[in-house]
Ligand binder design. Structure first.
Ligand SMILES: Nc1nc2c(ncn2[C@@H]2O[C@H](COP(=O)(O)OP(=O)(O)OP(=O)(O)O)[C@@H](O)[C@H]2O)c(=O)[nH]1
Ligand SMILES: [Zn+2]
Length: 374
């Protein structure tokens, strides 16, 4: 597991990772890393005649490519002697982010992602990078070159099978690391408990509000996905900051309960991608389409960690503060009983009205009344 974690750090730094599957091996870069010196250097070192771009199905759809595969597609790009590095990098980056549906690529140009390419997309996802990768196949005669780099620790190697296990393993190994009393405005008796994922990459908080021995049954719970712009800076583009403070207040008034503050910035696409999505929304796309252009599903969140935290706190029956039916389903799927849903509304502003409307109309969030009156 630590190897996969290190591989993600390499990819985030624009460096390649060697991904293997049996006898097959490829050097994988994130599409964000193709302008790094390492990319050009490895094309030369391996004397590569082509590179392969792996895109998610959502990304293919947004490029107007009708592809039947559920997991994505792989486009082989031949490298010619006359093609300079700058145009190659430019066309790779455009495949990763351009908004036009006129990509010039058709479904017949695409291959099904194999284990290595599937693993590459998982690595990007775990690193909250753009979900697109570029790989360079390693031919047998280039193995000594690669072995040298592995030996001198210039290159990290991971096996595709370990990558595919990673996501599940992370959720199973949740550690309760540290805790302290932190009095909050409106909820002075609050205890922060920090949980760390097995991989060490992410940390989530449980705020225990009030005295647990006097909590109502079912326990009022809010699962809140981090939103740096809204929670901390009071962004008017969303309703998160108000929901966060409203939840603390309301749980405290009801006699206590738990707020889970989950490291799932931007519906778990990460802050870098959320800012990209915002900028696409400023060009006219709604919140769902903007994420799709970047290659993401409507909502990338899973709640295994939240279920794990509730279990570790000994909570088996909850009332959930949310407008998102997907969260209720996820908790039920995790085997925790949900009594009531309690709505939790933020203020509707001219800046967030469109965002909230898209959540209601396209993602099934229960916000209808607030949008009419707000
Ligand atoms: N990708 C993306 N994420 C956004 C955007 N606006 C806000 N977010 C993120 O959406 C998440 C909202 O989290 P929550 O309030 O927990 O969840 P919710 O799905 O709105 O459901 P509720 O429980 O009803 O609030 C946060 O992680 C925000 O950072 C956006 O335009 N695009
Ligand atoms: Zn927000």
């Amino acid at each position: 597991m630590r190897k996969v974690e290190r591989a993600i750090v390499e990819l985030k730094a624009g460096e390649p990772v060697l991904v293997t599957d049996g006898d097959e091996a490829a050097l994988v870069f994130s599409i964000e890393g193709v302008d790094s010196p390492a990319f050009e250097a490895w094309i030369d070192r391996l004397n590569a005649s082509s590179v392969a771009v792996t895109l998610t199905r959502k990304r293919l759809e947004s490029l107007g490519i009708d592809h039947s595969s559920t997991s994505g597609g792989v486009l082989e790009i031949p490298l010619t002697d006359t093609m300079g590095m700058a145009p190659l990098i430019d066309s790779l980056q455009r495949l990763g982010t351009q908004t036009t549906t006129n990509s010039g690529v058709s479904s017949s140009d695409l291959a099904e992602p194999e284990a290595i390419q599937q693993a590459s997309l998982t690595l990007m996802r775990q690193g909250r990078l753009l979900p697109a990768s570029v790989s360079i196949g390693v031919p047998t005669d280039a193995r000594p070159e690669i072995d040298g780099a592995l030996h001198s620790q210039d290159l990290m190697r991971v096996d595709a099978a370990d990558v595919s296990d990673f996501e599940q393993t992370v959720e199973r190994h949740l550690h309760r690391v540290s805790e302290a009393q932190v009095p909050l405005e409106g909820a002075e008796e609050t205890r922060f408990v920090l949980f760390r994922e097995g991989s060490g990459l992410r940390e989530h908080l449980a705020l225990l509000i009030g005295d647990p021995s006097h909590w109502p049954d079912p326990v009022p719970v809010r699962m809140h996905s981090a939103c740096l712009t809204g929670d901390l800076f009071g962004s008017l583009r969303c309703d998160c900051g108000e929901q966060l403070r409203g939840a603390v207040r309301s749980i405290s008034e009801e006699g206590g309960g738990v707020l889970l503050y989950l490291a799932q910035e931007g519906r778990d696409i990460g802050l870098a991608n959320k800012l990209r999505a915002y900028s696409l929304q400023d060009q006219g796309l709604d919140t769902v389409d903007a994420d799709q252009v970047l290659g993401f599903a409507d909502d990338e969140r899973r709640y295994g960690v939240a279920v794990g935290m509730l279990r570790s706190l000994g909570i088996e029956r909850i009332d959930l503060l949310t407008n998102n039916p997907g969260k209720i389903q996820a908790i039920l799927d995790g085997g925790i009983e949900v009594g009531k849903r309690r709505e939790l509304l933020g203020r509707v502003t001219p800046y967030n009205r469109r965002y909230l409307a898209a959540k209601a109309e396209r993602s099934g969030h229960l916000l209808g009344a607030s949008l009419k009156t707000g």
